[in-house]
Design a protein around this ligand. Sequence first.
Ligand code: GUN
Ligand code: ZN
Length: 434
Amino acid sequence: MPTLNASEIVRGHILQVTSAALGHGAEELKDGALLLDTKGHILKKGNFADISKEYSSLPVRDYSGSLILPSFFDTHIHFPQLDMIGSCAEELLLWLQRYTFPREAAFRGRTQFVKDAAKNFVDELASNGTSFAVVYSSSCGEATDVLFEEFERRGLRVILGKTSMDRHCPDEISVDVEQDKAWTEMLIKKWHKKTDRLHYALTPRFAPSCTNELMAMLAKLHDDDPSLYMQTHYAENRNEIEWVAELYPEAKSYLDVYDSRDLLNSKTILAHSIHTNAEDEQLLLERDVVISHCPTSNLFLGSGLFKGKSYLEQGLKVTLGTDVGAGTSFSQWQSMNEAYKVAQLKQERLSPSDIFALATVAAGKHLGFPNLGCLEEGYIADFQVIDPESRPILARHLAMATTAEERLTALIHFADDRCLKELNIQGQPVYKRA
Ligand code: GUN
Ligand code: ZN
């Protein structure tokens, strides 16, 4: 019996990973179809022949010859680092002082520069197939407001926060507790859950950037509203970890700096989380936090090799981030490519589909959006359309691939923004390649 509110059929070669479980593998339907309702929800997935027969009166959006995949989550990225990708430094702390902090000072106010940068930033996400980003803005409330406006205008999904920092940085980007509180409260009131695509994350940059007073203020806001996300950096680099131990002599560990302030729960996103011991990992598990693995950044800054497989086997909630501007690409294909190699260097085996899941179905599940990240009945139709002919080398590898896993492998090696034809959110195009 045809479903009453069915509105259209989307046709193409569907390729995806449908479970966050390690080893689940990739799946495909070569001449597949998604039956959508008027709100962009997937009512049914199946072979085009079957669905088009059953719903013969419905219009068909025909992407035959193209691949349809779930669009990406990028669970860690910095807006004010848009222009400093590839700034070379020996390690994180020097990189922050030498390039990052001075650069972030430009992202203040509602200036034309900030408006243009916000547009370029959101464009860059969309043109790389990312429909959901977890973003650090600058420390300025007004610039963050501009960025929220841009996400709303473009219709992308975002968890976004103004970066909170009041020490160990230049005066131009240091924001005192009172101003930080006023801006943070204004942004939460104006944007948090304004629509189901817009969310706020409290964003203490990392423990060394925040005084006890600033941490306490954020912890209070966190405590007052359990629907807020919290994002920060954790255990990225050895020098950083030593510094945290000096700055917080009373803390049992780096993680304890956050945990003792009750900042860790299932809405916490910790970037990096590389240098951990068994006790830390137990606490990460108990607090149910989300981890953002940022391989292009970790390799660029020489921060360390993430323990992907071991974390996943322990049941830790691992997702994938670009971490632009320490990360070197907006493309999650590139993050996957390097995540694979990081696992190899650790003598671990993660398959392309294990890694693809981190930027799609696992991210949806772990961030609390269990109906995003895959293209099955009951999910929301956030999807990207990829043209296999966009690059001859990609076309060759896709043509030679015999399994869904091999097709994902080809994409991880050869896909980039040139290959994205269209990005859809809730069934509606938000980006089309010119
Ligand atoms: N730790 C504190 N701030 C940052 C940042 O901007 N990037 C990275 N990669 N690590 C950080
Ligand atoms: Zn970062």
